[in-house]
Design a protein around this ligand. Structure first.
Ligand SMILES: [Zn+2]
Length: 271
């Protein structure tokens, strides 16, 4: 039988932490092989000193280098056994100039990127693959593209036994907003915490307890120091961070093995 293997498919350096840092660390601790696939180099992130893309002094190549170094550090904290880079160019947030660049990840034909990912799936033969939902979690073009690529590669290889989308349960999202508000974070007048953020709780199939690895997850997040401005969790009070990080939730999209409707282990039915 193949070695138990988890593969997480993400868009940018730093995405591995928030929604899957707990499972990556916990399953690595259990001796499961953990493979992180990061599709882009994150060129559209902040530069040194917080320089934003499009501003003077934003050097895409230097940003990519910095972020890939941060990714290695983060992966170290999470005990990730294999980091694989697809090497695509960051498309930037929806509406940014980089959206129009033909070589941006979101504009690469899905089949082309899926062929690269399929080769990795053939090599590692993960029983469990995790990626974003069809909205990319929150609408970032690269996250949506990572979703499409992972779905296509899982389908064409037929290798993953269980396929998942990351999720933040709606109730937990509301809790986090409350805590941030209480800590003085200003969302502005028009902000409506009930506007449908997060995944409807009834769609969640799998919740994994990561409370034993919260500290490592926080360290991994802090390793992405150059992106500190845009990592909202880092602006939350520490107690709220710990609470937000203690569990990770998922939607099981497909499974070829018997597993409970509500499970606390993504490898349920596989061991
Ligand atoms: Zn991202």
């Amino acid at each position: 039988m193949d070695q138990l293997t988890l593969m997480a498919v993400h868009a940018h350096p730093d995405d591995e932490v928030l929604s899957t840092g707990g499972i990556l660390a916990r399953y690595a601790d259990e001796g499961i092989r953990t493979v992180l696939v990061t599709c882009t180099n994150g060129e559209q992130g902040d530069g040194v000193g917080g320089v934003k893309p499009g501003q003077d002094g934003h050097d895409a190549a230097a940003v990519a280098q910095q972020r890939l170094a941060e990714l290695r550090e983060s992966a170290g904290h999470l005990g990730i056994t294999h980091v694989e880079l697809l090497g695509y160019q960051d498309s930037g947030m929806d509406g940014w100039d980089a959206n129009h660049d033909a070589s941006s990840f979101a504009n690469v034909p899905v089949e082309e990127a899926a062929a690269k990912l399929s080769a990795l799936i053939e090599r590692y033969r993960p029983q469990v693959v995790v990626t974003y939902d069809e909205n990319g979690g929150y609408g970032h073009p690269d996250h949506i593209q990572a979703h499409r690529v992972a779905v296509a590669a899982a389908k064409s290889t037929g290798i993953p036994a269980k396929f998942y989308y990351t999720a933040i349960p709606r109730a937990r999202m509301r809790e986090m907003f409350e805590q941030m508000k209480a800590a003085g974070v200003d969302f502005g007048e028009d902000f409506d915490p009930d506007a449908g953020f997060g995944t409807p709780d009834e769609l969640i199939t799998s919740v994994v307890d990561g409370s034993a690895v919260v500290e490592r997850k926080l360290k991994a997040l802090r390793a992405h120091a150059s992106q500190g401005d845009s990592i909202f969790v880092l602006q939350m009070p520490e107690e709220a961070q710990r609470m937000a990080f203690s569990h990770e939730a998922f939607i099981r999209v497909s499974s070829t093995v018997e597993a409970p409707d509500h499970e606390d282990d993504l490898f349920a039915g596989l061991r």
